[in-house]
Design a protein around this ligand. Sequence first.
Ligand code: NAP
Length: 357
Amino acid sequence: MGKIKVGILGSTGSVGQRYVNMLRDHPWFEVVALSASESSVGKKYREAAKWVLDSEIPEGMAEMRIVKAIPSEMKGSGAEIVFSALPSEVARRTELDMAEAGLFVVADTSAHRMDPDVPLLIPEVNFEHLAAIEEQRKRRSGFIVTGPNCTTIGLAITLKPIQIEFGIRRVLVSTMQALSGAGFFGVPSMAILDNLIPFIKNEEEKVASELLKILGSYKGGRFENAGIKVGASCHRVCVLDGHTEAVFLETEKHASAEEIAKCMADFSSEPQRLRLPSAPERPIIVRNEPDRPQPRLDRLSGTPERAKGMATVVGRIRKESALENGIKYVLLSHNTIRGAAGNAILAAECLKGKGII
Ligand code: NAP
């Protein structure tokens, strides 16, 4: 059987480059269209992209010409799936146009994350939310599946096994977020070197609202939020890739630190059962050293090779006596791999693995 043809919107940006890199030699998908803004249209990919990854641009894609972000270009190239890494303000209309033209859109953008018929998908956490696609198909021939904000994703993955085994009442998180999370032109070097910025616009609100949708249920054609209290404080730090988060939570049932570590380390889900190509063998890696996880050492965790950067690394799991049934830990998640392109590619694999496309 031939590979499924895919296009990438926003292919030259911080997340777009991750797509290009992760889709090289993909066993199921073949990139046939690369798109970016008007100023890049017509240029070869290697001229349009300010390539920042430490591998070469995949050979087949370096010479491809950038096309416009419109459905006719995607369909004309033969693409069935369109990965979207557009700025959110552009994404809202463009992603809808693509879905209405019959394309399957898998988006990293925030534009449609909270729509009542759009799954906000982390394949290991809420694959059953894919049922919402049926609702969309009553209105359009294609559909949109989104992935969460890069800060929410590692948090949701680590909370899921705790939610299943012990229940969760309250979660507080303080983040230390990497520069690549703000996009290629996001934070000027003069603002961040020797510094930390204790504010990321709209981030704290997104963490709370997205987490509740993801950890909630999909029943009778609608999403129902999880009944968990969530508070976040988000900060930009001088790290290239990899978001670190200090998490504090109250469980419903009492749990020891060892029980929490075990349920995280044992966690596996639908992508692992389906043996999807980008699924990490262990979605959560628990480290016992007192000084881990660290971005430089742990951000590319995950096996097999295709799942490098897809595992969430957790350390310093311990009791928190200031909370009732309190637990605290530190997590690290690669923001442009697990937090964006990698999660979306895994979502597309999940769509194929479950026979939706
Ligand atoms: P970025 O580095 O600024 O890249 C933006 C991309 O969109 C570039 O390819 C740019 O093309 C293209 N673009 C800009 N305006 C356009 C237009 N009017 N029409 C078509 N294409 C246009 O941004 P990013 O960090 O990759 O983020 C992309 C999206 O992913 C955002 O919605 C962001 O919120 C989301 N996201 C990012 C992360 C992360 O860790 N960075 C994680 C999760 C989600 P040119 O090169 O031609 O300008």
